[in-house]
Ligand binder design. Structure first.
Ligand SMILES: O=C(CO)[C@H](O)[C@H](O)COP(=O)(O)O
Length: 261
């Protein structure tokens, strides 16, 4: 059941009784991200920092709590150069998996969340570092607005990202289409600016991303992920299966926390 928002999220007050504005999608992202930080992050932790417009709010909140002296002795591991830059601007102490191979907690957004808390990630392009750091995390808390909930993985009809080496990327895109042909798969190279003829988008790791668009459910997710990872030249895929320990969903009716069972 959704927990209604506390009064401080109301935009009206008894003194100025104005009609409250509806919460925007970004308000919902911020509410979910702040709740994750406030409920899960503690002093002394090693914390993985996610990437994207929702995770950005969590990084802001961690920076704010460090500045206020509420969080201390924290070290954070960013999942992208973008998040690294944001964290540095907030004077958040940073490290990496080489120095801190065990991460207490990572907070990150997602593109899709299915009823079993399986995820699609990587529309922001950071799937490889995200999966590395989130796999090394004792807890992985996902923060989303309700638009990210899907009945099945791929169900949004939007991209399922696959990171591939640039060498012969067309060959791998065709192979991915063949392997998932039964699900009506179309593979498309991601390009800078999102257009159809620009330069290829290049990840932090110097690779390309092939986005898969599926017309139907892909079936056995573990088998599908393993099939991709068996292809030479596929570096990582955007299915994050059985990894999330909790998902915080902010919606118009309030906040829901879904725990892994
Ligand atoms: O996986 C990601 C980046 O690689 C993001 O977490 C995902 O794309 C969600 O982003 P946003 O919070 O901006 O909707």
């Amino acid at each position: 059941m959704a927990i209604p928002y506390p009064p401080h999220f109301s935009l009206s007050s008894p003194e100025t009784p104005i009609e409250p504005l509806p919460l925007t999608q970004d308000d919902l992202k911020k509410i979910a991200a702040y709740k994750a930080v406030d409920d899960f992050v503690e002093s002394g932790m090693v914390v993985g920092l996610g990437t994207g417009s929702t995770a950005k709010h969590a990084v802001d909140r961690i920076g704010e709590l460090i500045q206020k002296g509420i969080l201390s002795n924290i070290v954070c591991i960013p999942t992208s150069t973008r998040t690294q830059e944001q964290a540095l601007s907030l004077q958040i102490p940073l490290s990496d998996l080489d120095s801190h191979p065990v991460v207490d907690l990572t907070i990150d957004g997602a593109d899709e969340v299915d009823p079993h808390l399986n995820l699609v990630k990587g529309r922001g392009g950071s799937l490889l570092r995200e999966k590395l750091i989130e796999s090394a995390s004792r807890k992985f808390v996902v923060v989303v607005d309700e638009s990210k909930l899907v009945k099945y993985i791929g169900g949004s009809g939007l991209a399922m990202p696959v990171e591939v080496v640039p060498f012969c990327w067309k060959f791998n895109a065709r192979r991915l289409e063949e392997v998932f042909g039964y699900a009506g798969c179309r593979a498309q190279l991601r390009r800078k600016g999102g257009g159809g003829d620009g330069d290829a988008y290049v990840t932090d790791n110097g690779n390309y991303i092939v986005d898969l668009y599926l017309e139907r459910a892909i079936g056995d997710l573990k088998a599908a992920s393993e099939a991709m990872m068996r292809m030479s030249g596929v570096v990582e895929n955007g299915m994050f299966l059985d990894m999330a320990t909790a998902v915080i969903v902010a919606g118009s009716g309030g906040i829901t926390v879904k725990d892994k069972v």
